[in-house]
Design a protein around this ligand. Structure first.
Ligand SMILES: [Zn+2]
Length: 118
């Protein structure tokens, strides 16, 4: 499964590359070498939706003592996840922005370490 590259409009971005793409680690287009990623708000939203569906079906399943309900909730969550990832938009990103995002990530990691040590 290939996705359309936002830079050259050719199907050059792999499905797995798209799924794991972020500002600091974007997907590379096989056709033009352009970098692109799915917005953090989009991927966070997709994961949040999945968690909500699973938790809701788990609560329902426990209340009704129905394993089937939990199982269908799980299937629904996976189906929604796959569908949302297919529809998620790829945003082009420049090499400079990637470098900036990486620096920001290291900076954040440093802050977390500092707070962790206190
Ligand atoms: Zn491209």
């Amino acid at each position: 499964m290939k996705y359309t590259c936002p830079s050259c409009r050719k199907p050059g971005v792999g499905g797995i590359a798209k799924r794991w793409s972020s500002r600091g680690a974007p997907a590379t287009c096989e056709a033009c070498g352009g970098l692109s990623h799915v917005l953090a708000s989009t991927s966070n939203g997709i994961w949040a939706t999945g968690v909500v569906i699973v938790v809701a079906s788990l609560i329902g399943a426990l209340g009704l003592h129905s394993f089937l309900l939990f199982f269908s909730g799980l299937v629904l969550a996976i189906a929604c996840n796959l569908r949302a990832w297919k529809r998620a938009k790829l945003v082009p990103i420049s090499k400079e922005s990637v470098a900036h995002a990486k620096t920001a990530n290291w900076f954040l990691a440093g802050i977390f370490v500092l707070f962790g040590l206190n």
